[in-house]
Ligand binder design. Structure first.
Ligand code: 5GP
Length: 344
């Protein structure tokens, strides 16, 4: 299965740039810094609290505190996904300003976009979502939307949407609803982290927006602290779920993989997308996530193929890009069938 998952052409729709930084890139960045003796990722099989996960992002942010590093990280992350046979990648990142290094939020986004452009000759299409961190408040949220709208004008083909992320225990997502409604009007898609932890007050209004995709949705169903109304609403809107097994396991938002929400939604034939979340921090890759899904939920090669191919439907790119991807997948299908002597 390992080789099959590696050969499988894949679509990554939930990857935070700073959480995706590999050990190799960390070493490059550390070479430019002094007095840093920290661990930036969790080893396979380890567990942590959500607070400890967010502490890792804070550490990484200290390394990516200038436009050059942001460029380097984005460039390397794209190459790494490409090496893992990812054919379409949506990155998301929180624009950050650092006074000491002269990095503004604009130069942050420019660095990310420049790295994406510089990878255009690779066989991987990349799009960007600007992230609103719920720890930073509504005012900053509006600024992020304005930034997205501005860059939408100059880079219409690359800016795909808005993400809501950051510590789910902080703030109330409903405060950001006017921003998301405005974003929708501008043609920006919405990928929102919802119900990573039980959130009975805010969830219903958020689901009814509705977002274009939900990040995690760990606690939507009753057994995980949600309720049937949440489930019915997600089903009614057919809102796809971005599911990140290793991330949820290490961050302990699920007790174990057998109880991961993937099973609940997959059995309902609801759109499920396997994603990495933070491949660097959680020491994983998209191939490994597919492998893990296969071994945990007893999926066959054809199930994995279908999951990967159907992810194209939920991407935030133009229809013609999706068509090209589907054509590409057709070619890969025959190659893989021949390579593994199977019928997909
Ligand atoms: P960045 O936006 O700086 O490129 O990536 C790191 C940021 O992504 C973190 O500071 C956090 O706001 C967000 N993030 C990464 N992983 C998760 C996650 O699993 N849940 C939530 N809610 N936010 C996350």
């Amino acid at each position: 299965m390992e080789e099959f998952c590696k050969s499988l052409p894949k679509v990554e729709l939930h990857a935070h740039i700073n959480g995706s930084v590999s050990e190799v890139t960390i070493q490059k960045l550390l070479a430019k810094k002094r007095n840093f003796d920290q661990s930036f990722s969790f080893k396979k099989g380890s567990t942590a609290t959500l607070k400890e996960c967010f502490e890792k992002f804070r550490l990484i942010h200290q390394l990516t505190d200038n436009a050059k590093s942001v460029y380097q990280v984005t460039y390397d992350v794209i190459h790494e996904f490409h090496e893992d046979n990812v054919k379409y990648l949506e990155l998301r990142s929180t624009p950050r300003a650092v006074q000491d290094t002269g990095m503004s939020k604009e130069s942050y986004v420019e660095s990310v976009l420049r790295a994406i452009r510089d990878c255009k000759d690779l066989d991987i299409k990349v799009r960007l979502l600007l992230a609103i961190d719920r720890r930073n408040g509504v005012q900053v949220g509006w600024e992020t939307l304005k930034l997205a709208q501005k860059f939408q004008e100059s880079h219409r083909d690359l800016i795909a949407g808005i993400d809501l992320s950051g510590d789910p225990n902080v703030g109330d997502a409903r405060d950001y609803l006017p921003i998301f409604r405005e974003a929708k009007k501008s043609g920006l898609k919405l990928a929102l982290h919802l119900c990573e932890v039980p959130a009975p007050e805010e969830t219903m209004d958020m689901l009814n927006l509705p977002p274009d995709r939900i990040g995690h949705g760990t606690c939507l169903h009753r057994e995980a602290g949600g309720n049937q109304e949440f489930v019915d609403t997600v089903l009614k809107h057919n809102t796809p779920l971005e599911l990140c097994l290793t991330s949820n396991l290490i961050g302990q938002t699920v007790p174990n993989l057998d109880n991961h929400q993937f099973k609940f939604w997959y059995e309902k034939k609801h759109p499920c997308i396997i994603c990495t979340d933070d491949k660097g921090v959680f020491s994983t890759s998209l191939s490994e996530e597919y492998q893990l899904a296969a071994s945990t939920f007893d999926l066959k090669q054809c199930d994995l193929w279908n999951l990967s191919e159907q992810s194209i439907n939920y991407a935030f790119c133009e229809e013609n890009v999706k068509e090209k991807l589907r054509d590409k997948f057709k070619v890969y299908k025959s190659k893989i069938e021949e390579q593994f002597n199977i019928k997909l």
